[in-house]
Each structure stands twice: as C-alpha cells, then as structure tokens.
Design a protein around this ligand. Structure first.
Ligand code: SF4
Length: 396
C-alpha cells in the first residue's frame, strides 16, 4: 500500500505544489492536500498558533490540523532559501518546530532543510533526502526530481501567461470565477504589451474630454448630466492593475477575501509578480542601493521598479499581512518609489484574521472608481471642477 503524504494548502503551496506533486507521485506516494481555506481552518489556526504570527502562518496551522490525522507523513520542509544569495522569511524555517511544539498527535514530519542560498544544486540534495522516505533507489529519486522540475517549469509558464496559480491548482478560485464568469475580463490582456495601443485608445478617448465651454459659471451639458446621474464614468473601460504581495496572500482567495477576483470583476486586468519574467525582476531589484536579502522583498521591489518603467499600469495594489516584518518596510519602499517617480494610484490592503469583507469591498471599489474618475478628469484641479479652475486662471 502506498504511503500517504500530507501537504498543507498554505504558504509555499501556491508556488511549489506542482513540483512536489510530480515528485511524490513518481515515487509512488499518495498525496493528501488539506481542504480549501475556510472559516473553520482559519479559526483552528488562530486557536493553535501564537498570537504574534501573521495571518498566512495561522492559516497554515489550520491546514496542518486539517490533514494531520489522514496521513502517514506531514510534509513541512524547512525552507531557508529558495534562490541564490537570498533568504525566505525565518518563519518558514521555524514552521516544523512551531508545529511540532504546538499541535498534538502528529504523524512523522518530513522537515528536510531546503537551502539554495549558496548553490541551487542543493535542491537535488534535499530532494534525495526527502525521496529516501519513499525509495532506496537514488536513480529513481533523481528521475522523479527531473520530472518534477519539468512540471514546475510548465506550471510557471502557465502562470506567466496570466493564469492565477489558484486557478491551476485548486477549484476554489475556479468556483469563484465561474460564479462571476460573465463579468470577467480576459486576463491575458494585461501582460500583452501589444495591447498598449488598445489602452492608449481608451486614454485618448477620455483625454478628449476638454473644457471647451466658456467660463460662465454654468455647468456644461456633460457636467449637468453627470450631476444628474445621467452620465456615469465608463465602467467598461479596462484598467491594468498590478497586485503586489506574497503568493499565499494573493492566491488564497479566502485569505484575501477574493480581492483579485473583485478587482477583475470591476474590469481590471491583473498582473502579479509571478506573471513577470524573473530575470527582469532580479535585474530591477539590484537597483536598490543595498539589495535586500529577503527573497520576497527583493521580488516585490524588483517588480515595483519594473512597473514604474511601464506606461500601461493604471494602479498598484499591495496586499500585505498585518504583522509581517518584511512587508512593513518593503511596502514603504515601494510606496516611496511610486510617489517619487510616477505617482501611479497606490493602495495597501492589509489583511488579518479580523478583516471585515465589507471594508475590503469598499476600499477596492473606491480605488477603482477613483482611477476611472482620474482618467476621465485628470486635467481638473479643483474638486469643484474645471470651471472653478478656469475662473481662477482668468482672474489672475
Ligand atoms: S514573510 Fe511575512 S507574511 Fe510571509 S510568513 Fe513571513 S511574516 Fe508571514
């Protein structure tokens, strides 16, 4: 009978699951993934985890609790580094110990260290150590490793095309998507630079909105219509919104209260870090005076700098977890870079276990509304409209 290995649907699940799935299946193991994140899983995690931990770690605890009684092994690798010269957050390294010392009645834990800081060759070394739980044959383990790499690269390619990992890996995102299918915008548009023209046309359309009527204190016909609610801002206008944040905050729909899908539903084409070429991100992250050695930090900074080079971004959303040390300063660096260089509309959505969905909805809707208004009335200065500005100019 094949051995069952439990993989919690949290933290690096949205990044590396395709790799481990292929690897373990090739070695004949049966994979058990925890259920989709839910209120029950979150509550369980909050109850068992230390108060100071961030939301994704608490959720991870809930996922472990959800599968621990169904499997022979729990797969909780000790991720120290997943790329050269960079470290992941120390909480990843501490997860196996935190779980071991907090939860009871656990099966055997596979907590092999994965540390690619010096060399990426260590990945194979770690894979062999992990594979030994299921096979004594080194050749078979190496073969499984190679196959897993192919699956992982295919997965990354799909994500680069604009498909969220959640859509590829689990059904929760798909369920959300199907429910709102008729309102969804094509997600590939955003990353297709050729579409810049398309968006430019939109911009042209809205910048044509010139003040050609005389400054006589009266509202123009268009403003009258707007005032009377007859003329609305075009909600079909496509917006290119970049969403920054850690994968587990972005792709776990429960964790972020469907933020990505809500944005999409409001007509936004979404781009995330995983949809941008890694070489570009690495190159850009080197522009920081002192390169951050945190994996997540350096990716987010690199991505933000890349976005500043583009002319097709209408807004940037930063999804951060309350209590995340890395986000607390990376988010600030990103915000300063945006304000100094381009002044693209920017919003921070902070999530924790208390965040109310209504508050999240309001902020997202207001952000998108504000961008649409800005695109239409960018040249206006006074909140009273262009007429006041015109009056003041002519009085000087
Ligand atoms: S990087 Fe931040 S959000 Fe992620 S596990 Fe560490 S503290 Fe939590």
């Amino acid at each position: 009978m094949s051995k069952k290995i439990g993989i919690p649907r949290g933290l690096f699940y949205y990044q590396f699951y395709p790799f481990w799935k292929s690897f373990f299946e090739e070695l004949g193991a049966e994979i058990v993934v925890s259920d989709h994140t839910s209120r029950k899983i979150l509550d369980e995690g909050v109850k068992k985890c230390v108060d100071e931990a961030c939301l994704p770690v608490k959720i991870f605890f809930g996922h472990v609790e959800n599968i621990k009684d169904k499997v022979d092994y729990l797969f909780l690798p000790r991720y120290t580094s997943v790329s050269k010269k960079e470290y992941v957050c120390p909480k990843f390294g501490g997860i196996p110990d935190m779980i071991r010392n907090t939860l009871s009645d656990l099966p055997e834990i596979i907590d092999t260290e994965i540390n690619l800081r010096r060399t990426e060759k260590n990945a194979l070394k770690a894979a062999i150590e992990i594979g030994r739980y299921f096979s004594d044959d080194n050749k078979a383990i190496k073969k499984a490793y190679k196959k897993a790499l192919i699956s992982y690269r295919e997965f990354r390619q799909q994500v680069k095309k604009g498909i969220f990992p959640g859509e590829l890996l689990d059904n929760s995102a798909n369920r959300v998507q199907n429910r709102n299918k008729q309102n969804f915008s094509p997600i590939y548009d955003m990353i297709n630079i050729k579409n810049e023209d398309k968006y430019k046309n939109n911009e042209d359309k809205y910048s044509e909105d010139k003040c050609d009527d005389k400054c006589n204190g009266d509202r123009s016909e268009e403003d009258n219509n707007l005032f009377n609610g007859k003329n609305r801002i075009n909600s079909n206008m496509k917006l290119n919104i970049a969403v920054l944040g850690h994968g587990y905050n972005l792709y776990d729909s429960y964790c972020n209260m469907n933020a990505l899908y809500k944005l999409r539903n409001l007509g936004a084409n979404i781009i995330t870090i995983d949809m941008i070429d890694e070489n570009i991100i690495n190159e850009k992250s080197n522009l920081l005076n002192k390169k951050t050695f945190w994996y997540f930090g350096s990716k987010i900074i690199g991505c933000a700098y890349h976005l500043l080079d583009r002319n097709d971004i209408d807004g940037i959303v930063y999804v951060m977890s309350f209590g995340c040390g890395i986000d607390s300063f990376i988010c600030d660096l990103v915000e300063r870079a945006i304000r100094r260089n381009k002044n693209i509309p920017f919003i921070i959505l902070t999530i924790d276990e208390h965040t109310g969905e209504a508050g999240m909805d309001t902020r997202i809707e207001a952000f998108i509304d504000m961008i649409r208004w800005r695109k239409k009335y960018e040249s206006d200065i006074s909140s009273h409209g262009k007429h006041v500005y015109m009056c003041q100019s002519s009085a000087r």
